[in-house]
Design a protein around this ligand. Structure first.
Ligand code: SIN
Length: 522
């Protein structure tokens, strides 16, 4: 092993980044962990749903695998999903070892139900505060282990050195004091990009910069068209979009329109517990049909003490709007929630470039196919985080299979001042209006043209300057739009009203790679 191989740089401090850093340390490596914000700020912290694992007496990894395959609409990589579901119980045992206080009833772990799961298999810690509890526990462990942590430190770019690995260009969060790391392994655990949508469940840090940086250095990305929308996010004019966890539907809450009708009954055999893409589209359709800005989650049939015990954070949030879920219907609307695609990796987290690894939401292992099963995402961070850590200690040779369809994308479209006021807002509007729950070719082309226009103003004019967060957000948004334009069918989370059917010839992954052009330096 090259000396620097023992000192990986881990970027991002959600569940994947914290876990991979911890496991690297336990396996004898000396990782450095960087985060553009504070150590505990990440999507993981806001996860309410929990973490799926077949640990119940009536359950098995085989059943968990079957549910994952079914939800993924024909695109799940079976080997990846098998790793995910069969290794889940061991990773949960690791979390217990680290001290995550999973909820129990009479000494037995308490297991919740969520959409498209055939068994109750969702573990929670602190009810709907699961993500925060895991994040806090792992953060404490990282600090106790003496891992070097650099907060407010931003990955600005990567340079490939071939066999030596990656040189990372990092700066402080004001973009100043750029420094170059020594060449070695870089693990991207930078999370997703759903906060690039006007309506989103994600914190503002989830802007997909890791995706743009990986693309710029020449890594292959796949499945970028698959953005998962969550069907139940709190709606009130002027209020923040706050996730109302699917687990409440698992406990028996139902969706109603303004007239009180359960519009999912008769639409899908599992009604409110149908896969998330189906429920999101049904809610979106109902909102457009009725002209009413939201639908309602009716949890009034759940006993009051149960709902307050199981969902304390949601109940506290609703109370600030004068709502009591045991009495009042909750106004909800869909919002962008999760990036299914990302930087293409094999089962060991290796990307198409030597020395570059990815795990968690930024990675595309194929484990979710075209539609992620609820509560498989925290699990993905753990299972593939473990695999990356082991790979860094004991590399095994393998190569990525080529995607079924490869798009060569030309970027940047020009150069400008490197900044543009309100560009983030424009990206969020463009994605929500044109690359959202229901897409059309015309809307996707509009998005691409306007994003290229924004790119022309925000890409730095000098090759020696590094693209900033706005330029990277525009690039990530363009990659999502380009992949969505390529897929001329509807499958899972990707729905095109001009191609409303699933087509067998599209049972393949769309890969996207930077078009080589002469003289490029970034
Ligand atoms: C939720 O709590 O509804 C979200 C869970 C998830 O996205 O897996």
């Amino acid at each position: 092993m090259h000396d620097h191989a023992g000192r990986p740089l881990v970027v991002g401090t959600g569940i994947a980044g914290l876990y991979v850093a911890l496991r690297c340390r336990e396996l004898g490596l000396r990782p450095t962990l960087i985060t553009k914000s504070r150590l505990e700020e990440s999507n993981t912290r806001y996860a309410q749903g929990g973490i799926a694992s077949a640990v119940g007496p009536d359950d098995s990894p085989t059943l968990h695998l079957a549910d994952t395959l079914r939800a993924g609409a024909g695109l799940v990589d079976r080997a990846a999903a098998k790793a995910l579901t069969y290794e889940a119980p061991a990773r949960i045992a690791d979390l217990v070892r680290y001290g995550v206080p999973f909820d129990t009833i009479e000494g037995q772990v308490s297991l919740g139900r969520e959409a498209a799961h055939s068994r109750s298999r969702i573990l929670h810690a602190g009810g709907d505060a699961t993500g925060a509890s895991i994040e806090e526990t792992l953060k404490r462990r990282v600090l106790d282990a003496g891992i070097e942590v650099r907060e407010r430190t931003v990955l600005r770019g990567l340079r490939s050195t071939g066999r030596e690995g990656m040189v990372a260009l990092i700066s402080n969060d004001r973009g100043r004091n750029v420094e170059e790391t020594e060449a070695g392994p870089v693990v991207l655990a930078t999370g997703g990009a759903a906060s690039l949508y006007r309506q989103s469940t994600n914190p503002s840090v989830a802007t997909g910069e890791g995706l743009a940086i990986a693309f710029r250095v020449g890594a292959l990305l796949t499945d970028m068209e698959f953005i998962q929308f969550h069907p139940t996010v709190f709606w009130r004019e002027g209020a923040p979009r706050y996730l109302i966890t699917e687990a409440i539907r698992g406990e028996g809450a139902v969706l109603r329109n303004e007239a009180g009708e359960r519009f999912l009954v008769g639409h899908h055999r599992d009604a409110e517990l149908a896969p998330r893409d189906i429920v999101s589209r049904a809610v979106d359709r109902e909102i457009h049909r009725s002209g009413h800005p939201c639908v309602y989650l009716d949890a009034t049939a759940i006993p009051r003490d149960r709902i307050f015990a199981r969902f304390p954070s949601v109940c506290r949030f609703l109370a600030t709007y004068g709502l009591d879920p045991s009495r009042d219907w909750i106004p909800v609307t869909p919002a962008a929630h999760y990036m299914i695609g990302g930087v293409t990796t094999d089962l060991e987290g290796r990307t198409s470039l030597p020395g570059l690894y990815a795990c968690g939401e930024v990675a595309s292992t194929g484990v979710h196919g075209a539609n992620r099963l609820a509560s498989n995402s925290l699990l993905e961070g753990l299972v593939f985080g473990e695999r990356v850590a082991r790979e860094l200690v004991n590399p095994v040779a393998s190569s990525l299979p080529p995607p079924g369809r490869l798009v060569r994308f030309d970027w940047p479209p020009g150069a400008g001042r490197g900044d543009l006021p309100r560009a983030f807002d424009r990206v969020r509007d463009l994605l929500w209006d044109n690359v959202g729950i229901v897409r059309t070719g015309a809307g996707l082309r509009t998005a691409l043209e306007e994003l290229a226009e924004l790119g022309r103003s925000t890409e730095p004019s000098r090759a020696s300057e590094l693209p900033g967060p706005v330029a990277n957000a525009i690039l990530t948004a363009s990659l999502v739009s380009r992949a969505a334009l390529t897929r001329t069918e509807s499958r899972g989370a990707h729905y095109r009203s001009d191609f409303p059917l699933r087509r067998p010839t599209w049972r393949l992954h769309v890969g996207i790679l930077r078009k080589p052009s002469a003289g490029r330096r970034r």
